[in-house]
Design a protein around this ligand. Structure first.
Ligand SMILES: NC(=O)C1=CN([C@@H]2O[C@H](COP(=O)(O)OP(=O)(O)OC[C@H]3O[C@@H](n4cnc5c(N)ncnc54)[C@H](OP(=O)(O)O)[C@@H]3O)[C@@H](O)[C@H]2O)C=CC1
Ligand SMILES: Nc1nc2c(ncn2[C@@H]2O[C@H](COP(=O)(O)O)[C@@H](O)[C@H]2O)c(=O)[nH]1
Ligand SMILES: [K+]
Length: 479
């Protein structure tokens, strides 16, 4: 990356900078390869944060199917983590993870999981897990809340036989010709996934992130306290592909100790460690065995660290400095936090990140773990909270004595409750991925870069005023 004009003397964040177009030999945005090249097997540079309100098994599976990586949070109980890993590993790669409910569930129950939009549906299984039909999500908008799902089964909603849809293109054409928006895919009478025209199209554009056995990939986090070796081994045994060691202040002895222990186990998995924001911390953690550094202190939407402690660093500069230090050591950087628009992802990559972690933005999606809620105006949201908030600390230390828990609660550095609204036009994490990856593909061609590595080299970054940033926004109404 180069600065357009003089390099600044002060630290910058995403809104301080912009990308300058430069001469390009790339004639199509679809010629761009977005693979991060960080050893994780991801094919797009997007990672979902290890936050309880963001990454659960469903979101991790959906993300991996499109080439990204979800990180299951360290606060999950070990058995829940193992079950979550098994779930992701058992999910279809070519089809969507079905939303399965019972015929006795009601429309109101279904609306807690899926909004009443086109292109989605619910698969109904009876008590013996036999397929009894499917209900289009769009129908939920026009039936009473207490309507039984079993009574809404669409008589003509045919299921697709897996052998009739050998690839995404065939599935798209079949659904298009039949004018069907959503269909379960069955094999030997069992539902093995679902498809919509959009998901069939996506499967032709996004290479999935899969392991050597062709199963979806995922990461899982561990904290720095307790028996980190046992946790790391249990995660490896459960089939996790990437291990993340995570704490608020990654440049501390507790992290060095934990990282040294896990690296010493030689589990053969990429090790991610953080959070840090300086080149010195990169050198320390790489020396202990980290392959990837998680970078960002304070930019997160749920994070109050900067206001509580004044600690942190504007994120663009944090990524720029750490990515350069990491590159010299053969390591990589994940830019963690503060992403609100696709432009922020492009700028994090320009600064040298291999991949970009997104938390709160993904909390407001169908696939995030919480239930859908509607506010007084009917707008749909999910609840989100920070992993250092009182709410998270109470849950994390539930097993401690009341006194020890109260001591921990003194140090909250996050928001306990916030509403993250679903974008009515983009309610799924996949809709957000489409928006982000198309934006970033375009950024790459403006810079003449065909790959993440070329973008690191070629990106030309200028500084802008607040007015310059404002000018870039679209105006939803006239002025
Ligand atoms: N990226 C960011 O800006 C931040 C992210 N977070 C996220 O919150 C979650 C919880 O992390 P965390 O609070 O580290 O909890 P952990 O459970 O990982 O424990 C942190 C350990 O480090 C010790 N410690 C020493 N100094 C600090 C410090 N300044 N802040 C926090 N702990 C410190 C704590 O001891 P003791 O409690 O006795 O002090 C404790 O033993 C993680 O997912 C983390 O990523 C949290 C804050 C900032
Ligand atoms: N200081 C805190 N940081 C937090 C907390 N919970 C999560 N995080 C960090 O934020 C990113 C996600 O950022 P976002 O802008 O996409 O939401 C996450 O990966 C953590 O590093 C918290 O309670 N306090
Ligand atoms: K913040």
């Amino acid at each position: 990356m180069r600065f357009y004009g003089q390099a600044p003397q002060h630290d910058l964040t995403y809104s301080d900078v912009f990308l300058v177009p430069s001469r390009s030999a790339i004639t199509s945005r679809l010629d761009v390869d977005l693979a991060p090249g960080d050893g994780t097997g991801a094919t797009i540079p997007i990672v979902a944060s290890n936050m309880n309100s963001v990454t659960g098994p469903r979101l991790a599976a959906t993300l991996a199917r499109r080439g990204g990586l979800g990180v299951l949070p360290q606060d999950l109980h070990p058995q829940e983590l193992a079950a979550g890993i098994r779930f992701v590993k058992s999910q279809p790669v070519a089809y969507d993870t079905p939303i399965v409910m019972s015929p006795d569930d009601t429309a109101a129950d279904a609306l807690e999981h899926v909004p009443p939009v086109h292109g989605l549906g619910i698969v109904l299984h009876d008590a013996d897990e036999r397929y009894v039909g499917a209900v289009l999500a769009s129908r939920l908008a026009v039936v009473p809340p207490d309507a039984r799902l079993g009574d809404l089964v669409h008589g003509e909603l045919a299921a697709l036989e897996a052998e009739d849809v050998p690839d995404g293109r065939a599935a798209f054409d079949l659904l298009d010709a039949a004018d069907v928006e959503f269909a379960p895919v069955v094999s030997q009478g069992r539902v093995i996934g679902t498809l919509s025209k959009t998901s069939a199209l996506r499967s032709t554009i996004y290479p999935p992130a899969v392991d050597a056995q062709g199963r979806l990939r995922l990461a899982a986090a561990i904290g720095i306290n307790g028996d980190v070796a046992a946790r790391a081994i249990a995660l490896r045994d459960a089939g996790v592909d990437v291990l993340v060691l995570d704490t608020a202040h990654g440049d501390q002895d507790g992290m060095r100790r934990a990282l040294g222990t896990v690296a010493g186990l030689d589990l053969g998995l990429p090790l991610v460690a953080g959070n840090i924001v300086t080149a010195a911390a990169v050198q320390d953690l790489v020396a202990e065995g980290a392959n990837i550094l998680k970078v960002g202190v304070g930019p997160g939407a749920m994070c109050t660290t900067r206001m509580m402690t004044a600690v942190g660093r504007p994120q663009f500069s944090a990524v720029l400095e750490t990515a350069e230090a990491a590159r010299e050591l053969g390591a990589h950087v994940w830019a963690d936090g503060g992403v609100r628009y696709p432009r922020d992802v492009a700028l994090a990559l320009a600064a040298g990140a291999a991949s970009v972690m997104i938390g709160s933005w993904f909390a407001g999606t169908i696939e995030a773990p919480g239930l859908l809620r509607a506010d007084a105006s009917g707008a749909l949201y999910k609840e989100s909270w920070g992993m250092a908030s009182n709410k998270a600390v109470q849950a994390r230390f539930a097993r401690l004595s009341a006194y020890d828990r109260a001591r921990k609660e003194l140090f909250a550095e996050g928001i306990s409750s916030s509403k993250i609204y679903l974008d009515p036009l983009r309610p799924s994490v996949e809709d957000l991925l489409d928006m982000i990856t198309t934006g970033v593909r375009s950024s790459f061609t403006y810079a003449g870069a065909r790959s993440v590595a070329e973008f690191h080299e070629r990106a030309l970054v200028g500084l802008q005023s607040a007015a310059g940033y404002e000018e870039g926004k679209a105006l939803p109404v006239s002025w």
